[in-house]
Design a protein around this ligand. Structure first.
Ligand code: AMP
Ligand code: MG
Length: 329
């Protein structure tokens, strides 16, 4: 006898993964860890379940979902334009934090793609995500498991904070490894047409270029070619400001209220503000960034000392600029 869902948090075991798979197959939603952020999963071929994902998140229906597959072979169930470039990229980076946009398979509902003829697909490497996909036996849509517009969830507790009443089962696999969303690359044009990075992530443009040649990085955050590249994504509910190390002292002197300050070294942060010392490598920084932004929501604002300006830090800069576009929640 299956109880109706409220919010159920479960440690992933053979048994709970099998139960989660059964729930997904019945058209319910399950949040699960991937190596990037937690995903809010639903069976891709069940339109009612996919519609519930939009409703629960409060996500605009035009914002397409990423389809998660267990393997390269399964990508053929989702994408119709799976050409040699897609194959080479998937071969090199899957399973992993790279999402490929290609022409959609006719069986993929336009609800999934926000009305587009293209679809985004990725094979996650997280062991729980892999076990769940295999147990379900078909691809899952899995946008980040947070309320639309809020900072993505990187722990099961973040998911529970955003959806305290469910209805949802959450597989609690601990904090995610990468901590920021996947790189999204658009390969939906014909071979030879320009390749665009729609969203930066842990896999860099230069990594992708080694496999498929030159790529263009779309850095427009206000009206991007891809819906998730618009501003007002990934934002905490308090104002966030990115400042240079030189400006910090002056800005803090003039700040009203109690700020949390993400710094690279302790010092120069007077009371009543709170300093959080952040890692100096982009991977370690990305891993904890969203947790810090969510903690920062308990303060009057968040001030972030600007990270170095180079390609390795590109995805972090991108997320910080989006987070600094203030939003009403
Ligand atoms: P998330 O909210 O992290 O699941 O990311 C979903 C994002 O993937 C969207 O907001 C888009 O930026 C991108 N995406 C998904 N599907 C497509 C598509 N068909 N074309 C372009 N971008 C897409
Ligand atoms: Mg998201």
């Amino acid at each position: 006898m299956v109880r109706p869902l409220a919010l159920i948090l479960s440690k992933p075991t053979g048994d709970t993964v099998a139960r989660a798979a059964a729930r997904l197959k019945r058209g319910e939603l399950v949040a699960f860890p991937t190596e990037t952020v937690y995903g809010l999963g639903a069976c891709v071929f069940n339109e009612d379940a996919v519609a519930q994902v939009f409703t629960l998140k409060g996500r605009p229906t035009l914002n397409p979902l990423i389809v998660h597959v267990a393997s390269i072979q399964d990508a053929a169930l989702v994408g119709a334009g799976w050409d040699d470039r897609c194959h080479r990229l998937a071969d090199k980076f899957w399973p992993g934090p790279l999402t490929i946009v290609t022409k959609k398979h006719s069986k993929i509902s336009s609800i999934v793609t926000g009305g587009r003829e293209t679809v985004a697909v990725r094979a996650p490497s997280h062991q729980v995500a892999q076990s769940l996909l295999k147990a379900v036996g078909e691809p899952l849509v899995a946008p980040s498991a947070n309320r639309s517009g809020h900072v993505s969830a990187t722990t099961a507790q973040h998911v529970a904070d955003d959806f305290p009443d469910g209805p949802l089962m959450v597989l609690d696999g601990g904090a995610t490894d990468v901590g920021i969303e996947s790189t999204v690359v658009d390969l939906s044009g014909p071979t030879g047409s320009p390749i665009t990075i729609l969203r930066q992530g842990a896999i860099l443009a230069s990594d992708i270029a080694t496999v498929v040649g030159p790529v263009h990085v779309n850095q427009t955050i206000h009206q991007g070619a891809s819906p998730g590249t618009n501003a007002q994504h990934y934002a905490p509910c308090v104002p966030l400001q990115v400042v240079s190390g030189d400006q910090l002292e002056k800005i803090l002197r003039h700040s009203k209220g109690c700020m949390v300050v993400l710094v690279f070294e302790m010092g120069n942060v007077p009371d009543p503000h709170t300093a959080m010392v952040m890692p100096t490598t982009p991977d370690a920084y990305g891993q904890i960034l969203y947790d810090q932004l969510r903690r920062g929501e308990a303060y009057d604002g968040i001030i972030v000392v600007e990270p170095p300006n180079n390609e390795q830090w590109g995805a972090i800069h991108d997320r910080l600029s989006r987070a600094s576009v203030s939003v009403a929640h």
